[in-house]
Design a protein around this ligand. Sequence first.
Ligand code: MCN
Ligand code: CUM
Length: 790
Amino acid sequence: MTTVQETGSAPADERPIGYGRLKRKEDPRFVRGKGHYVDDVQLPGMLHGAVLRSPLAHARIVSVDTSAAESHPKVRAVITGATLEGLGLAWMPTLSMDTQAVLATDKVRFQGQEVAFVVADDHYAARDAIELIDVEYEPLPPVIDARHALDADAPVIRDDLEGRTDNRIFDWEAGDRAATDEAFARAEVVVAQTMLYPRVHPAPLETCGCVADLDPVDGKLTLWSTTQAPHAHRTLYAMVAGLPEHKIRVVSPDIGGGFGNKVPIYPGYVCAIVGSILAGKPVKWVEDRSENLMSTGFARDYHMDGEIAATREGRILAIRVKVLADHGAFNGTAQPSKFPAGFFHVFTGSYDIEAAHCAVTGVYTDKAPGGVAYACSFRVTEAAYLVERLVDCLADELKADPAELRMKNLLRPEQFPYHSKTGWEYDSGDYPATLRKTLDLAGYDALRREQAERRARGELMGIGLSFFTETVGAGPRRHMDILGLGMADGCELRVHPTGKAVLRISVQSQGQGHETTFAQIVAEELGIPPEDIDVVHGDTDRTPFGLGTYGSRSTPVSGAAAAVVARKVRDKARIIAGAMMEVSPDDLEWEKGRWFVQGDPTAAKTIQEIALAAHGVLELPEGVEGHLDATTVYNPPNLTFPYGAYLCVVDVDPGTGVVKVRRFVAVDDCGTRINPMIIEGQVHGGLADGVGMALSEIIAFDEDGNCLSGSFMDYLVPTALEVPAWELGYTVTPSPHHPIGAKGVGESATVGSPAAVVNAVMDAIGVRHADMPLTPGRVWLAMHGGVEAP
Ligand code: MCN
Ligand code: CUM
């Protein structure tokens, strides 16, 4: 395995791909306020929808009286569960093969659940009219704490499912239980730790919404929608509503952040479509902040009982974990079908261990559905947090230095491709080099000396490390599908006669800069400057099929497709260049942007000249159709395995428990770096996410199931004041199976950072474990031997 250790900060050093730190093509419209979001869509005669939501977490619906709302002068339609039942649309499939109520018919199962939908002339009238709907509820005892969901006397939440007698969704396991138990039995040291990765929310700036427009004449439905996966959504709408797929167009315009929140199909979208059908006019529905926080795809909520086994010298032997996964009232998690716990089974992390086993049980509770959103790469966040907390617990037990303990157990470069004990094939890595770089950048030894001095003065300074391995780029279609749709991505490239190009991709940008980086990939392969390449995405009528953006799969899958399709065009250009110069294509050599005759570099045709000839009158060889274009479908042979080493320095106020993140050093390895500036932006955002989850964010409930985090006054996302100036580094270990060696990076920092922050706080206060979010109250309690209920 070749490892390119890049150390320089000069832009030239970080340019395995041409054009490096190209400024984002999409930014001129964003910074000038000229972005076009779903809420900017205005259509003639457009109506507005609003959702009536349940005030109770669990209750039987006795009656719904809509008469007052219907007589509101500006109301055009009132839709209830009964309306939808008549259309066969009261329930819809979720991405996890469960069913979810679009509008409740029998019971409500979480606070904020959709009960009715009003369509009115304007947004205000719609909101007024939902207040006029009179719903009689018969309250039922709710299941709020997942740890009691399987109690014998727990109320059955999903009595709509046939034969259902409890709240169990699934039991799933990975690894070798017997080998793991055997390794634990002979281990000299075993450390066990229970931990909760609390429920959090992606909370993108733009909430979810759509505009549905059914053209009554040609029967075509156009849906402008905040979706990270327009093609998959279109197929699902076709399947659910029985609409012909070619008569549905899903447009995902500019998206103001997704972070996984915009992967699922929400009841509001379906209601807007039904509203448009019933009213015969376009219907817009955009949720407000509270609706977004209370009812849309949450993340995490994993109760984990972890154990780590080691020798006294600190050699890690095995890890095992039991997980109770709180999935809320409907199992709406998004992950490849065969993996109900996502990719959680990468929890052995970055270490060379003998055996591992996990058992995950998913349960229903009376909370909002969802389950993998928030930059998670399908539960890798939970996995990385588990193993990185366990390693620190082990260090605490052994009185070992956490950096040395990690260095001793990290996979070594010669072990790649590495077959993990839970079934993964890690593609490439040089872990020790990356950890060493982090320690050097941070000045680890000096930090430890400073810490000792401060401790002597009674100050609480903490240093926390984490090393993570991610599994991104789902995925090989033989193993990975969502609702039977294989996870391969299509891509089309057309070079116009004048040498300008259009690249059509199936993935969807929510802020990641695809219009720039995908142009850079094609530019690198064809030598056409990126400004001459238009990247089209987010419109099912204008782009080829693919499963969308999540799990940092765009670069690993569609990025690969872009490189492959560009190479196809290059191959075709070679044949045409041969015809132009009347030489055999075999005698031509490629140099970025042109084909030239071997031995005579002056005899050459540029890609632009070739494009014109391909559309001209030139006699083309047998079997060459003319024009310069190609299509491809890329089915990745494996996932990519980006990784990184993070170090966080905190100061804790001994009197108040307030945590100040003083420094954060992050060294990432995402293989070949397409645009380092964009990568840094992705990492900055992810690190801020991590600090938020570690210190302040939680979707909390009281015992009646009232959501206590329905606004940004209660759900505390970090601001610039809570985060330090990030210190970034990188190493480059290309993926051996990706056409340009790139791995994903969009979620890396969110995956890797929470453990580093928590490890730092525990190091500062000398406590083995306390659960996130480490609010001042919780830290103070932990320091004084107390624990706050989660
Ligand atoms: N990139 C690169 N070189 C690499 C890898 C990536 O230059 N070796 C670039 C890519 O070309 C792309 C960006 O970095 O422009 C992120 O790429 P990738 O890792 O492939 O991730 P995706 O594009 O698939 O983005 C999804 C990922 C996920 S799943 C979440 S959640 C998340 C994230 O990206 N949501 C985001 N980052 C986000 N950033 C913004 N601004 N908004 C969101 O909603
Ligand atoms: Cu899991 S959040 Mo991202 O995969 O869209």
